[in-house]
Design a protein around this ligand. Structure first.
Ligand code: GLA
Length: 416
């Protein structure tokens, strides 16, 4: 009898503990939205954020699945006399709660930024030592997503894990479901620990610049191709609720952004933006745009609103593509989709148009036998749906023959 009572008490105690925390699984598909940093840096205001939320609806981005409106660094105005974080009153005179309410009134979600040290990268008030207080404040404001940076924090991996776990625990106890985005730029192999530390996504690289490729890769210079190369072999870490984050989308910035234009980020062509978007979808990457959505042009809309491409990113299986071929400036990425379908992307990295002749059975490209790590098992015929032409262009019974322009992609969905 005594044993029975003890058991009931243990069960009741566990139940209380669990009910105080949210165990809901978040970010089951890669988050989609907008972030203020690359376009506006510290010039962000509540008027801009409201305008972006309105433009999400009028441009069709909301309908296409983009949902988070994220304020990055340089929103902070210090702490009040009870140590609660406050926003800069000039930029956000109505307060963050009112702004989050506005975003929510459009049926969108709201996110904010802090850092695991005393100061953020921009030198503003951050959350180290105030994790519980700040998580509570963010929850009271109606925050749905927190990007948590790592400037001014110690370099040791163990300390990073400790600091990220502390904020994740505080967020879980805040009573609100808040997606947790870890941002330590891939410096401590976060793919091996970030999910266990409570992260739903983790940056894998330095900040992307608005440029196709840079000669060197470091904190000041990282082109889209340089970042792409850093994703290879990380595919095994991506899954629903836990995503590699190769940084935000430069699509539509045309060299007009602030941070994204540092280090030679002078902009890309629409073809390059189309490839960048396609590759990020193949990688099951978060799709976070940076452009001023209030001023979006038709070419950018054609890229960002391609629902067939977005469906590949958002596929429920949550697989990140593998680079199966890297040969003569042609890269081939293969992504498994649900219902036994596949997506395949041919990327031409050279400065010239390239012809491809691809054998579906042997996976030979232009007659060359290629060592492929993972290979699609063709035990039946698939139809080939061209994701940018929106039509079927053949099937897997004959070789795929195509011309791909410089820096362009051919993306196919293999449909039964
Ligand atoms: C770091 C991050 C960027 C941005 C800035 C803000 O560089 O990697 O994405 O958040 O800080 O200061």
């Amino acid at each position: 009898m005594i044993k029975k009572v003890a058991l009931v008490l243990i069960i009741a105690f566990n139940y209380c503990n669990i009910s105080a925390q949210s165990n809901k699984k978040l970010a089951l598909t890669p988050p989609m939205g907008w972030n203020s940093w690359n376009m506006f840096e510290g010039d962000i205001t509540e008027e801009i954020v409201k305008g972006i939320a309105d433009a999400f609806v009028s441009s069709g981005l909301k309908n296409a699945g983009y949902e988070y409106i994220l304020i990055d660094d340089v929103w902070q105005g210090g702490r009040d006399n009870q140590n609660r974080m406050i926003p800069d009153p000039k930029k956000f005179p109505s307060g963050i709660k009112a702004l989050a309410d506005y975003v929510h009134s459009k049926d969108l979600k709201f996110g904010i930024y802090s850092d695991a040290a005393h100061y953020t990268c921009g030198g503003y008030t951050a959350s180290y030592g105030f994790e519980k207080e700040d998580a509570k404040t963010f929850a009271e404001w109606g925050v749905d997503y927190l990007k948590y940076d790592y400037c001014h924090a110690p370099k040791e991996k163990a300390e990073a894990i400790k600091r990220y776990s502390a904020m994740s625990k505080a967020l879980k106890k805040s009573g609100r479901d808040i997606v947790f985005a870890i941002c330590e730029w891939g410096q401590r192999e976060p793919w091996t620990w970030a999910s266990a530390a409570g992260g739903n996504l983790w940056r894998t690289t330095w900040d992307s610049r608005d440029v196709w490729e840079t000669k060197i890769y470091n904190g000041g210079h990282a082109g889209i191709m340089n970042i792409l190369d850093k994703q290879v072999d990380l595919e095994k870490y991506a899954r629903p609720g836990s995503w590699n984050d190769p940084d935000m989308l430069m699509v539509g910035l045309y060299g007009k952004g602030k941070s994204s234009s540092h280090g030679g980020g002078n902009g890309c062509t629409d073809t390059e933006y189309k490839s960048h978007f396609s590759l990020w979808c193949m990688l099951a990457a978060p799709l976070i745009v940076n452009l001023d959505v209030r001023d979006i042009n038709e070419s950018t809309k054609n890229i960002l609103l391609n629902k067939e491409m977005i469906a590949i990113d958002q596929d429920k299986l949550g697989k990140q593509a593998s680079r199966i071929i890297d040969c003569d400036d042609i890269n081939v990425f293969l992504k498994q989709l649900s219902n036994n379908e596949w997506a395949i992307c041919f990327l031409n990295r050279s400065k010239k148009t390239k012809s491809i002749d691809f054998n579906w059975n042997t996976f030979e490209l232009n007659g060359k036998k290629i060592k492929v790590e993972s290979k699609l098992k063709i035990n039946k015929t698939y139809n080939l749906r061209d994701i940018w032409k929106h039509k079927t262009i053949g099937n897997t019974e004959t070789n795929l023959k195509a011309k791909i322009e410089s820096h362009d992609v051919l993306v196919l969905r293999l449909i039964k």
